[in-house]
Write a protein that binds this ligand. Sequence first.
Ligand code: ADP
Length: 409
Amino acid sequence: MKDLEKRVRQLERILAVNVELVSNPQQSSLLTKIAQTAAELTESESASILLLDERTGDLRFCAAATTEVASLLSEIPVPVTHSIAGTVLRERQPMVVHNVQADPRHFREVGQAIGFETRSLLAVPLQVQERCIGVLEAVNKRCGSFTDEDREILTILAAQAAVAIENARLLEELQKAHRKLQELDRLKSDFITIASHELRTPLSLILGYASLLQEQQRGSRELEGVLRAAVRLQHIIETMVNLRYLETGELPFRYEEFNLCDEVAQACQIHAALAEASGLTLDAVIPEEPIRIRADREKIRLVLDNLLSNAIKFTPSGGKVRVKVEERYGNAEITVMDTGVGIPQEALEHIFERFYQVESPMTRRRGGLGLGLSVVREIVEKHGGRVWAESVLGRGSRFTVRLPLTPSR
Ligand code: ADP
């Protein structure tokens, strides 16, 4: 009866430790907790955890129940081939040694270094699936010898500990990867800021001189070409800067109430010449009744310009582009449809990502940075709206922007 009560208490303790292990993913305190529980449950003078150092192939003390010696222990590598812990790791079997000093496998350097004599020892492997990541050992049973029961208890604790250690390791790796990504993101943003800043100044110089020369030599086709190229470059830089500012929230939104129909009509009017030059028809379906929205007019215009220029860019000569604006269930909805090249289904969810382009940059025939749609999505979502694309490859695409009439923010 007494044995049974003791057993129940031990299991309760293991359960409590388990809860703690799950809720406390801090590696160092976690390991100490496991070692202390191991010593307590097996009624031993101490217990420790050794983990395999993948780099050196040695075992390393990572925690001890007696915390005073933990840092000393951590400096002593334990060879896997010449130690009891190493044998347990290699054979993946628990081991009880009643007379450690008489055992030839005993690695004496540790005891000598910390002034501790190991008499008896119980060691169990720490296993994660097929891998053995270390050893949990209890030393010097206070009364009598280690029993089968001690071995069972330590094995249960080791199973939980191995999972907790592995989880903590994975979490650490994940955090490291996250920090690395954040750093890369910052570097990218810095690069965009610096590059666009450095490009802006010489570009405005080129633009200035080219305009001046054009005024002096009206009708020069070469100069027209230079000017067009410079304006395109300016557009690319502005897009990069806009996206960066939108992301960091440095680009303030100026909300005003206006008629969306006017804005769509104007955008269509401006793009009509470009559509015509590309051999396309562009028509707009705009209701008579105004659709008044509260939004940042300039940024909505940027959305329209991007969608329209894409539709024109990706529709071969002879095709059609149609823009429609309507009020639906308390939202304003703009659709830009084209009869162009279309977008493969698997690419539809990616086209709004930064720098994503369906065609590879090396083989693509159309210009662009792959940033236009990210700017579109960023702006629409900041207005509390949504944007999505539907398409049939080879038949055409339809982009829909849904904007609340009055934004929630
Ligand atoms: P860019 O046009 O500068 O490449 P975007 O971000 O505007 O960048 O668009 C990303 C990609 O989505 C384009 O490269 C193109 O592959 C695809 N795409 C966008 N609009 C259309 C469209 N109307 N028809 C076909 N493909 C499109």
